[in-house]
Design a protein. Structure first.
Length: 321
């Protein structure tokens, strides 16, 4: 069998891996960030110790050491929770709270405005670097597990706010994490809505069956409208034709249709099986099938339903090269 072509609506996405020089540069940056953050915590030792002594601590050094050690400990704990998919929202704010306490004590120890700014900025660097690391870690984990919700472009929010808000709402409600997949579903929903309006007129909402309206609202399965090529009857149940039956008239040939052979639904289904043999379930949508098989939107939806039904009833089909 011939090799299949991938779905056009599901291009390979993702950030390319870092090269060896980039990995080395990232490692040097992480070491420098850790060193700067450690210097900031060490520089606040005297100010926090003086504050602890004024508060009556018997061993004033315990307070700055306890705070400075707790900040990286909670940072590492936040990263581990993200890695195990058990993130707690409040854990990431503990280093911030401890750092703000340290910054406040350092600002109070300064004798001038510049000294206050310098004393308060140094401890804050550790939290800034740790937040950057946690963000990178969380994004990579979310991309690997497929649970990270992709963001919608700001330009789309600006150009079409109402429809973009509706798209974002459907992505959030139905856990559609891929922005490109959400656009495919939205395009398919708009085509199904246009078909219903053309079929029922301006009162299509009241004339459309409730189940079709629900499917249209979900955006996952477009309502079935008129099919240009009817589906074949079940095997073994073909209606008997009388010998005197009047033959169907041949289709008129026009300059646009000259040389084209009209394909039946069975022909379209066989071709769709071949083309989509190596597609994933996420790539199997009506718009991609319509583009690959070159059929109408109604036939594409019928083919999509038939292929999904076949995949649900039996093992996944693989094309043998």
């Amino acid at each position: 069998m011939t090799a299949t072509t991938p779905a056009p609506e599901a291009p390979a996405v993702g950030v390319p891996p870092l090269t060896r020089p980039e990995m080395g540069l990232a490692g040097l940056g992480a070491l420098a960030a850790a060193a700067v953050g450690a210097l900031g915590l060490i520089s606040s030792f005297d100010a926090v110790s003086a504050a602890a002594a004024s508060w009556g601590f018997v061993s004033p050094w315990m307070l700055p050491v306890g705070i400075d050690v707790s900040i990286p400990v909670f940072t590492v704990a936040n990263l581990l929770l993200i890695r195990m998919d058990m993130a707690l929202a409040w854990v990431r704010f503990v280093p911030w709270a401890l750092t703000l306490i340290t910054c406040g004590l350092n600002v109070a120890a300064g004798h001038s405005l510049s000294a206050k700014v310098a004393h308060g900025t140094m401890p804050l660097l550790w939290v800034v670097f740790s937040e950057i690391g946690a963000h990178i870690y969380a994004v990579r984990i979310g991309a690997a597990t497929g649970r990270r919700m992709e963001k919608i472009r700001p330009s789309r929010w600006l150009l079409a706010f109402p429809s973009t808000f509706a798209l974002w709402r459907r992505m959030t409600l139905w856990e559609v994490t891929s922005y490109s997949a959400a656009l495919v579903l939205e395009r398919e929903r708009q085509l199904a809505r246009a078909d219903l309006r053309e079929q029922h007129g301006w009162r299509w909402r009241s004339k459309t069956p409730r189940r079709d309206r629900v499917m249209l609202r979900l955006g996952e399965l477009a309502p079935a409208t008129e099919q240009e090529t009817p589906a074949p009857p079940p095997v073994g149940k073909a209606p008997a034709q009388s010998p005197a039956a009047t033959p169907r008239p041949r289709p008129r040939t026009t300059p646009k249709t000259a040389g084209k052979v009209q394909r039946t639904f069975e022909d379209l289904l066989i071709e769709a099986r071949t083309v989509t043999g190596q597609w994933t379930d996420a790539e199997l949508n009506a718009e991609a099938i319509r583009t690959a098989v070159h059929c109408s939107a109604a036939n594409a939806r019928a083919l999509r339903d038939a292929l999904k039904s076949e995949r649900a009833q039996g093992p996944a089909l693989h094309v043998v090269p």
